[in-house]
Design a binder for this molecule. Structure first.
Ligand code: BV8
Ligand code: ZN
Length: 249
């Protein structure tokens, strides 16, 4: 198990890499103030029942409750800024390295920090589409009471159906183009940084494993120690906003 102090040992691996896959989860946005899903104190799941809110069934059961929750999260996101972890990742690509950012997150903080071509496996909080005909729609972020009040979703201008957030809910397929891009990066990279994820959500959680099987070195960056089971696998314990600037500078 590697501790945070040994990021120095891993810098040569970063510097000698040709293609780095950066695979991120909610932990990379935690220091920006976006609640993680499994943080017992502030995690979104602690405040809501995911099977009620982040599923098509939950949406159809109570569209206003779900649409209100997402509008609240959009409002929160606009008030947040990228943190040092997002900026360190964006700066890496500026050094001429081949860097692929694959995120499970639905926020736009990687993009706002300057990362281009971010692969979103679970869609985007700021996008909207029609539940019935999938037509994209542009809906401004409402000002909602911070308790995530129920707000009736707008109607689709194309078919009159219900508009929904452009995210992937539990039980829904991941976007094919994003999934293919993630598989290609896992196959072609020589280093994966797995930043701020509990690795509980599938199929996204397969990506680091597939990269390792293709011969890549895997470095976990997490405030919780991640058990490392094999050679070519390391764990740097600490907040991404501190570890990544040190590791990638
Ligand atoms: C699919 C968008 C197949 C929505 C998200 C039963 C029924 C149906 C499906 C399933 C089932 N059982 C299993 C499944 C599969 C299911 C799944 O994996 N479930 C889990 C719960 C077991 N997956 C799916 O349903 C996927 N689709 O399988 O379709 C299919 C096949 C055929 C036909 C149809 C379908 C779709 C999954 C996508 C779900 N949508 N988000 C929204 O945002 O509202 S997932 C959501 O949770 C997030 O996007 C994120 O990806 C995930 C949370 O995971 P993490 O990012 O890892 O966050 P977490 O809080 O868990 O961990 C944070 C970590 O950071 C911690 O380790 C912490 O220590 C660390 N940390 C904290 N602070 C810091 C830090 N690290 C560093 N620095 C810090 N400062
Ligand atoms: Zn429609």
């Amino acid at each position: 198990m590697h501790s945070y102090q040994s990021f120095i040992d891993l810098k040569p691996i970063v510097q000698s890499s040709q293609h780095i896959l950066i695979f991120t989860g909610a932990g990379v946005s935690a220091e920006s103030g976006i609640a993680t899903f499994r943080d017992a104190l502030t995690g979104l799941w602690a405040q809501n029942d995911p099977q009620q809110l982040a599923t098509p069934e939950g949406f159809l059961d109570d569209p206003a409750r779900v649409w209100g929750w997402y509008q609240w999260r959009r409002q929160q996101l606009l008030a947040c800024q990228p943190n040092a972890a997002h900026r360190a990742i964006a700066a890496l690509a500026e050094r001429g390295l081949q860097v692929t950012v694959v995120t499970q997150n639905v926020d736009d903080l990687h993009e706002r920090a300057g990362s281009r071509e971010v692969v979103h496996l679970h869609g985007s909080l700021l996008e909207t589409c029609c539940f019935d005909c999938a037509a994209p729609a542009d809906v401004p972020v409402a000002q909602v009471p911070l308790d995530g009040a129920a707000i009736a979703p707008p109607a689709c201008e194309q078919c009159g159906g219900l508009l929904r957030p452009g995210v992937v809910w539990f039980g829904e397929m991941l976007p094919q183009d994003a999934w293919s891009a993630a598989l290609a990066a896992a196959d072609g990279c020589d280093l994966v940084l797995v930043v701020g994820t509990s690795g509980l959500v599938y199929p996204a959680a397969q990506i680091p494993q597939l990269a390792w099987e293709s011969g890549a070195t895997v470095v976990h960056v997490n405030t919780d120690p991640v058990p490392v089971a094999a050679e070519r696998e390391y764990c740097l314990v600490g907040p991404a906003g501190e570890v990544l600037p040190a590791l990638l500078s």
